[in-house]
Design a protein around this ligand. Structure first.
Ligand SMILES: [Ca+2]
Ligand SMILES: [Ca+2]
Length: 193
């Protein structure tokens, strides 16, 4: 499956080259014990969904070992545990969001990048509902906001763009309201719901 988005520069390590199938298999087995609620959804994923899950997990495999360590699994679940009934579509959007959150473009999500990610996931979990998880629509809303903040359209959050997001998060409610009013991508998404 092609996971690149038009306009994204090539990364040093393509996710397709990572040992994703092994990562997915190990993570699913461990999640059955460590987080049965999440495992229920991961075990239902079809081949495309597993590929997307592998794309997410590969970003936490800091040493390319093909299996996440316990601490890395916890980090991955800080994202995966936020998804409402995770399936292929929501995992695909999550991968696109993580592309933006990979600020140093090394195909890994380090802890500082994850902190920002968790913060935006928390905000958008409540963008269209009153719960702690992100629906597919809320993921799309977040993606629309990141695309809009990417003003030079290079598929990455550069330092100034990241600062803008950071500042927005300091006044999250106002930021979201302003995005809904002024972000054409978000307006289009919400108009077509
Ligand atoms: Ca990174
Ligand atoms: Ca950018």
């Amino acid at each position: 499956m092609k996971m690149d988005i038009k306009g994204h520069p090539k990364k040093p390590l393509e996710r397709d080259e990572l040992p994703l199938a092994a990562l997915v298999e190990a993570f699913r087995a461990q999640t059955r014990e460590e987080d049965p609620g999440l495992a229920k959804y991961l075990d239902d994923l079809d081949a495309a969904g597993q590929q997307e899950l592998g794309g997410v997990l590969g970003r936490f495999d800091q040493h390319g070992r093909g299996e996440l360590e316990p601490g890395q699994r916890l980090l991955a679940r800080r994202i995966l545990g936020r998804l409402h009934r995770p399936g292929t579509a929501s995992l695909e959007i999550t991968n696109r969001i993580l592309d933006y959150l990979d600020l140093n473009r090394n195909a890994l999500i380090e802890e500082n990048e994850l902190e920002l990610g968790v913060e935006v996931f928390e905000l958008f979990a409540r963008a269209d509902s009153d719960n702690d998880t992100l629906s597919e629509l809320e993921l799309k809303m977040l993606y629309a906001v990141l695309r809009h903040i990417d003003t030079n359209d290079n598929g990455a959050l550069d330092a100034n763009e990241r600062d803008r997001l950071r500042q927005g998060l300091d006044n999250a409610e106002a930021f979201l309201a302003q995005q809904k009013a002024t972000n054409p991508l978000l307006k289009e998404l919400l108009a077509g719901r």
